[in-house]
Structure formats: C-alpha cells, structure tokens
Design a protein around this ligand. Structure first.
Ligand SMILES: Nc1ncnc2c1ncn2[C@@H]1O[C@H](COP(=O)(O)OP(=O)(O)O)[C@@H](O)[C@H]1O
Ligand SMILES: [Mg+2]
Ligand SMILES: [Zn+2]
Length: 459
C-alpha cells in the first residue's frame, strides 16, 4: 500500500520533523529546513510468526585465517596517512568541503595516481563537462594518465558501468553527490532524500564489486542542498577539506575512519600545478613569524599522530565601546573567554575592558586544550607589550584554578621543537620521578610551570 506523506528535513543535519520551522532544533542552523514528499510503501505488518527468518550462523571471535586489510597506496603521502595508511578496497569515503576549496583537484590527482598503477579508475563528474576536466588535468600535468572520465548524473547508469567482470574497476570518484539522482525517488537532486538514496545505492554496488568509492560532498552555508553531514553515518571514512580561500594552505582532516585513526591531518599547498604535499607543516606555519613582536607565541600542537608547531597571535587594544569586541580565528572563543577569566582572577591581569583578538596564523584550526598555555602567554605579552623570550615553545592545559595540567605526548612535541631549532620549552610540571624526567630530556631548556601565576616571570 502506497501512502504519500509530507515531511520536513534539515539539509544540514538530516533531522526530520512534521512541521516547518525557520531554525532547526537539532543543529540550530537557520533556513535549512525544506519540505519533502515521500512515497512510503507500508507493509501490512510483518507477521514474524508466519514468515520466519533463517537462522544465523555465528562465528567465533578468534579467527584462524587472519585476513589483513588490503591497502591501496596512492603515493600521495599526505592523503594516504589521512586515510589511515592508504585506501581500503571496497570502502566508501566521503570528502566534504566548501565549494572551490580543491576537492575536485585533489580527487583528480588521486585518481590519476591510481590509474598510473594500471588499476582501472573512473572519475564521474556531475558538475563539469569532460573538456573542463581535461583542462584541469592539463594544468596539473596529468594528461597522460589512463583515468576514465564520464559526465553523468544518473546513478542507475553509473552502477551499470561499474559492473564489468572482465575489466574490474578499482576506484570510482563521484563528484559531487549533490548532483546525482536515482529515478525511483521523486525528490530533486541535492535534497536529503535523493542524496541519501544515491549514496546507499552507490555504496551497495561498490561493496559488491569491491570498488573503492570516493564521494564528494559540498558543504553549503545557506542550506539549499543537503550537506555531507547527512551522509556521515553511511560511509566508512569521512574526510573534510578545510582552509580559507585567502590562504594557500589546505588541510585534509579525518573526522571518522573505520579503518584508521581520526584527527589525522594532511597538509597541502594550493598551487597552479594542483595540491602539493607539505611534508613539514611546522616550517610553513612559522615561516612569516616575527618573533620580536609582542603577542606572538609558538604552540607545540599535535594533529593526529603528528606534532605541528603553529603561531598564536594576540592583540589587546583599548576599546571605545561599552562591550569590547572579541574575535577569534582558528580557536574556540569560549576557551578564550575562560583563559581571560583565569588570568583576571588568578593573576590580576585585567583585559575585560579591552578589545581582544586571537588568531592562529596560517589558517589552521586548533581544538586542543593544550594550546591554553600558549594562548595565555600570547595574551600576557600583548597586554604588557613585552615580546616573549625568543626561541620558546609552549604547551599545557589551564584549569579554572589557574593550575597548569599535563597533556598527551609531551615527548613528541618537544622533539619537533628541537628539530626546528627552538631553545626553550615552557610546559606543565611533570611529577617527579626519573622516568618522567628522562622522557622530556632533550637539547631544549625545559621550564616546568605549576600555575599561571608563574607565567609573567618568564619574560
Ligand atoms: N587556472 C588556475 N590556476 C590556479 N589555480 C586554479 C586555477 N583554476 C582553479 N584554481 C584553483 O582551484 C580551486 C578550485 O578547485 P576545485 O578542485 O574545483 O574545488 P572544489 O571541487 O572543491 O569546488 C579554485 O578555488 C582555485 O584556487
Ligand atoms: Mg568540484
Ligand atoms: Zn539540522
């Protein structure tokens, strides 16, 4: 029995409601809710007693024939690492990001490297004509790659082309999922229903044929089309491409991975020849740093398994307004407010009447609490106008009582700083004991702090 039903779906998070609203209750985004009509085939009622299922065959946890996961290396080290050590055949990846960030460029590069390995690779674009893709390939110097191109949007056709026993497909790129449609669903391409149905069909076919599926999903601010978040639970791996248009750096971040660690990042530089791997991001992020300027500190951070040094910049100026401005780029604004409150109440540093700006240089976003100490140092330096000691790096979390707490992987952070020629590491106090102290032994001078009150003394 078919029944038509109206429902309202949020294009940002996929939440379904029975009533329209200006703001989504689930994700708090505005103007993202659209109406969709769904034809539902409602069964008369599954009679469990009559139609018995078949008995499942259970297996033991310990498996005698160990099956190793097959990894397909693309040769692009940054991309391979973010995927957890290469692509897993038969897995589905979603690559999300703002339009124009470089998703098509990256995937064309990846497709070509797989095709160069004599594996069959198909690149399906619903957005660009083949001639346009050729132009890009020419600019990237990849015209001689045996990658196969198609300009198509009908998922039924795409799946039919995937099934080729004589010449099996190894990898397929769908650029982008918001342009695709399946003809059994009434909604327009780009709606939540359509995007989900297409993804489901594509994944099902890809798993059957053991094809690695790479799906591009645009992130949209205005909520006109369904965002990649509504697909996150369907795929094995979710990668987001970040960075702002004003910077040449692009960061690929794994936010979900069934075959590897998350939070791993890959750093690229957008150039005329495409996305170039950046194997030493710290060097790049610190390249234009002016160490003699007040308000600049260096944070020894950790992105996934890799230590990365970044510059924290703070500016504190007198405010002409009753409610001074606070602007944070690349960090959490709630966390900045907390650090300022701690500095005020525990160290007597008053910034509440000043405008405060905080910027993580290079366009990278940091979400580690370990950056607290570097932020506090930059704020104090900006407030007093005194530059921080040259060649110092910081890491450590700050608690509400002003205590400085330990963070993970102190060793790796210090090692990276030593590699780049830094001289002093200002870090949380480690518990006494030979083992702990030996861990952080290095060519750097180590200063261990217990409380933020000790921070003004380092100048
Ligand atoms: N001729 C060119 N020279 C250099 N960079 C270009 C050129 N054409 C496009 N780009 C860069 O490529 C970006 C578009 O990348 P693209 O892979 O199409 O993004 P997406 O697929 O994420 O929308 C542009 O923002 C621009 O920075
Ligand atoms: Mg594109
Ligand atoms: Zn929502």
């Amino acid at each position: 029995m078919a029944r038509t039903q109206h429902q309202y779906i949020c294009n940002s998070c996929g939440n379904i409601t029975m009533k329209w609203a200006g703001k989504c209750d689930a994700c708090n985004e505005w103007n993202t809710i659209t109406e969709e009509i769904i034809e539902e085939n409602i069964p008369k009622g599954l009679n469990i007693a009559k139609n018995k299922g078949r008995t499942l065959k259970f297996e033991l946890l310990a498996n005698k024939e160990k099956k190793k996961i097959d990894r397909n290396l693309t040769g692009n080290n940054e991309f391979d690492r973010v995927c957890g050590g290469g692509l897993v055949s038969g897995s589905a990846l979603l690559i999300g990001g703002d339009p124009g960030i470089g998703k098509s460029t990256l995937l064309l590069q990846i497709s070509c490297s797989i095709a160069y390995k004599n594996q069959r690779c198909i690149y399906v674009s619903g957005e660009e004509a083949i001639e346009q893709i050729r132009l890009r390939a020419e600019r990237l110097g990849l015209l001689d790659s045996p990658v196969e191109l198609a300009s198509a949007t009908n998922v039924r056709d795409i799946i039919a082309s995937m099934e080729d026993k004589d010449n099996p497909v190894s990898m397929m790129v769908i650029d982008s999922i918001q342009t695709m449609y399946v003809d059994i669903v009434d909604s327009a391409p780009g709606t939540v229903t359509q995007v989900r149905a297409c993804t489901l069909e594509l994944i099902r076919a890809a798993k059957k044929q053991n094809v690695t599926l790479l799906i591009v999903g645009h992130v949209t601010k205005d909520g006109q089309i369904a965002g990649p978040r509504v697909l996150e639970h369907m795929v094995d791996t979710v990668l987001y491409f970040e960075g702002d248009r004003g910077h040449q750096f692009r960061i690929l971040r794994a936010v979900k991975n069934r075959f590897g660690p998350t939070d791993e990042i890959g750093v690229f530089e957008m150039a005329n020849e495409g996305l170039i791997e950046v194997s030493n991001p710290s060097e790049l992020f610190l390249a234009q740093r002016q160490s003699e300027a007040a308000g600049s500190s260096v944070f020894a951070g950790l992105e996934g398994t890799r230590p990365v040094l970044v510059e924290v910049q703070a500016l504190v100026v007198e405010s002409p307004y009753a409610t001074p401005r606070r602007q944070v780029i690349g960090w959490d604004s709630g966390r900045l407010a907390m650090i300022m409150a701690v500095l005020e109440s525990r160290c007597g540093i008053h910034m509440s009447a000043s405008e405060v700006y905080l910027n993580i240089a290079g366009g990278i976003k940091i979400n580690e609490p370990a950056a607290d100490l570097a932020v506090a140092a930059a704020l104090i330096s900006a407030h007093t106008g005194k530059p921080l000691p040259e060649g110092a790096i910081f890491f450590g979390e700050i608690g509400l009582a002003g205590e400085i707490r330990q963070v993970a992987q102190a060793e790796a952070r210090i090692k990276e700083a030593a590699k780049l020629g830094f001289e002093t590491a200002i870090i949380p106090n480690l518990p006494k004991g030979k083992k702990n102290q030996r861990k952080i032994k290095s060519s750097l001078k180590i200063k261990q702090l217990k409380h933020v009150q000790q921070l003004p003394d380092i100048f």
